[in-house]
Design a protein around this ligand. Structure first.
Ligand code: ATP
Length: 367
């Protein structure tokens, strides 16, 4: 049982503030993913939780107890690193045993634990191998095993799969997700890969420049991004953005006009944005419909056939390139002209400062 509470956590290196007041509640058994571009501070935040970095300001609570000044080894956490950090001269068994020995666990108990964990992770036949004799995926499993045997309250993962090739990463993603279901331990997982975040998280925390941009379930972030940053970061290929002007409102819809002169009603509304303001319309590649070429059509520049899906890169009259996802049976040819239909229920509108209209009418950080 472990809950975590981050209260306005801050981290300053010399004069630069890297973590700028992060507040967050993590529930027992929750799988939380910190995601964001390189340098946004996600590893620093994880290391502050682990106790490997001092907290400059704010409070960190584990199970309601303030742990800012508690040594890493006494916080009940176990961390798995990107680099595995295994002892190269020790075999798999000894790597897993090391921490238990330090903690003074009797030998019989150590053996029992390691045997059980090796079985869970399918490492039984490798217990006498040194890390150098193992594949990347096996090494990562040993690193995870070493964390599990300690029976921590909270697992911390720092980009554990980024050294693996794509196929193995996909496989380990599934293994980690099922391991989490089995162990039920509260988990915090750092990655810059939004696919990992979407597929594994109960709750995603999107960070940018040391600030939380949004917290929500994968589908909340996908359907209701709070701003253009989250909209662009979550979803692959990313959302398309088209410049437009807000020309009016009707009931709870906004009327927007594109540079081409065409206009549409979008069923989102904000009282905070004046008519005549520049806005951005966002629509995901999978929501745009290809129709017969007509007014406002575009030219197909690149076709990526992925088997089940086809991605069309289409040049619009204003020079902008957008991406449209269609199905595998799409027969569009390069240089052909196609028309595009943007279903209004799938359109997002962002104000000039990047905030979604939806979010402007809601509580600041809620999805
Ligand atoms: N010990 C340090 N001294 C000074 N600055 C640091 C230190 N550690 C990290 N930083 C800075 O803090 C910022 C956040 O780094 P951090 O490693 O947390 O980012 P990240 O989001 O995990 O990035 P990545 O995905 O590239 O690992 C970066 O600008 C980095 O240069």
């Amino acid at each position: 049982m472990a809950t975590l509470e981050l209260k306005n956590l801050r981290k300053t290196y010399l004069t630069e503030e890297i973590i700028k007041g992060v507040s967050l509640s993590i529930e027992d058994r929750e799988f939380v993913v910190f995601v964001g571009p390189s340098g946004c501070g996600k590893s620093t935040l994880l290391r502050m939780i682990a106790g490997l970095e001092d907290i400059s300001n704010g409070d960190l609570l584990i199970d309601g107890q303030r742990v800012n000044d508690i040594e890493p080894g006494h916080r009940g956490l176990a961390m798995v690193f990107q680099s595995y950090a295994l002892y190269p001269h020790m075999n798999v068994y000894k790597n897993m045993e090391f921490g238990l020995k330090l903690a003074g666990m009797p030998e019989a108990e150590r053996r029992e634990k390691i045997t059980a964990v090796a079985k869970t992770l399918q490492l039984e036949t490798y217990l006498h191998h040194k890390p150098g004799q193992l594949s990347g995926g096996q090494r990562q499993r040993v690193a995870i095993g070493r964390a599990i045997v300690r029976n921590p309250k909270v697992f911390l993962f720092d980009e554990p799969l980024s050294n693996l090739d794509a196929a193995l990463r996909g496989q380990m993603r599934v293994e980690l997700a099922s391991l989490h279901r089995k162990l039920g331990a509260t988990t915090i997982y750092v990655t810059h890969d939004q696919v990992e975040a979407m597929t594994m998280a109960d709750k995603i925390v999107v960070l940018q420049k040391g600030v939380v941009e949004q917290v929500g379930s994968p589908l909340e972030l996908y359907h209701h991004p709070r701003n253009m940053f989250v909209a662009k970061f979550i979803g692959s290929p990313p959302m398309n953005f088209l410049p437009a002007t807000l020309i009016g409102r009707e009931h709870s819809s906004s009327i927007i006009e594109f540079a081409s002169g065409s206009s549409m009603h979008v069923p989102v509304y904000s009282s905070a944005v004046a008519e005549g303001s520049k806005v951005t319309v966002g629509i995901r590649p999978e929501h745009i419909e290809v129709v017969e070429a007509g007014e406002g059509s575009g030219k197909v520049e690149v076709v990526e056939r992925l088997g089940a899906l086809t991605l069309l890169h289409i040049r619009l009259a204003n020079g902008q390139l957008i991406v449209v996802q269609t199905d595998g049976s799409d027969t569009s040819e390069i240089d052909s002209r196609v028309g595009l239909h943007l279903p209004s229920e799938h359109c997002h509108i962002f104000a000039e400062d990047g905030l979604a209209f939806e979010a402007l009418n809601r509580h600041p950080l809620a999805a």
